[in-house]
Design a protein around this ligand. Sequence first.
Ligand code: NAD
Length: 391
Amino acid sequence: MPKIVCVLFDDPEQGYPTTYARDEIPTITRYPDGQTTPTPNEIGFSPGELLGSVSGELGLRGFLESAGHTLVVTSDKDGANSVLERELPDAEVVISQPFWPAYLTRERIEKARNLKLVITAGVGSDHIDLDAASAHDITVAEITYSNSLSVAEHAVMQILALVRNYLPAHRWVTDERGWNVADSVERAYDVEGMAVGTLGAGRIGVATLRRMQPFGVQLHYHDKQRLPTELEQELGLTFHQSPESLAASVDVVSIHAPLHPETEGLFNDDLIGKMKRGAYIVNTARGRICDRDAVVRALESGHLAGYAGDVWYPQPPEADHPWRDMPHHGMTPHVSGATLSAQARYAAGTREILEHWLEGTEIRDEYLIVDKGELAGVGAQSYTRSRADRR
Ligand code: NAD
């Protein structure tokens, strides 16, 4: 029987929830560009449930088992003795989420001789060696747009949290039982009047710019592809030809480009050094776009006033990862795209892809990253081949 291996994050420490904070989530049928939200024939869950953890199973078990498939769900993904490593040799499909990524390296892909389809339940497939997937004719697909607006909301929240010094002020109330107004405001500013820019202006980048516009800020961006003039005019955007020009011009940079050879380590000592003293970085794209130690150095020296985001490397990060303890940070675990609202969409999208796969019908082009040995669909627009493999 075909085996599907699904790598999900652990259940909550207190156990899988039996009740939720809200009874329902809003119904959304289209994204801002007109693309429809996932359209599976059916779903095996109630929207608003915790689907991305091991007991949530992305709501897939009934559907897959009734179709005669074996479903293995695990959170044990790293190391030679992990369940993922043991199950890989006869897995036909691997599903994982960027929040708890099943790192599919070239070595693992070579071991997975039956692997035909890899699904990212979410957006961002950089945890998969895309060159190796292409070489082994493995299809890689993700649920494009499913959590893009969720991430934009988180980026806006973290921009405000950093600039307004929210987390330290909150800690004075909870941890210290205090009323320390001066301590709370000595690093607090209004975002109004600041220059805010995005590195990358795709689905998340534009949504972040759009959401920041009402705050009365000057909006900037750098992207490999310039946005349409009408959109630049509508949002009052200043376009920068290079990351350096953007970095030097703004008070806040929010990073929204994919991790690939062009962006890996982009925010290093040199680029951060070109930013204004007291600038802020929010990175909800991928941890490795920023040089880990350069960020720590810039916060410690006071060159950066704050750093926030939700993406790390590796995930989960080690207990002594320096970003846990660096000054003036507002990091969360990788959660911006994993709200219960987003989970309902990417679980439905995963089911949509599996339905097509099992029926032998076409997967939506907008979900494809690698297909038929090449970058395809959205993947062809967002990613580059590795330097070694680029043709
Ligand atoms: P998108 O494909 O719509 O937009 C990406 C944009 O980045 C494109 O406009 C592309 O031209 C631009 N880009 C690519 N390389 C660039 C470079 N070298 N310099 C400047 N711009 C470049 O993708 P999206 O939906 O906006 O998502 C962006 C990224 O956010 C994803 O690749 C993923 O890594 C990350 N993400 C994070 C979460 C989360 O939970 N934190 C969730 C979803 C996506």
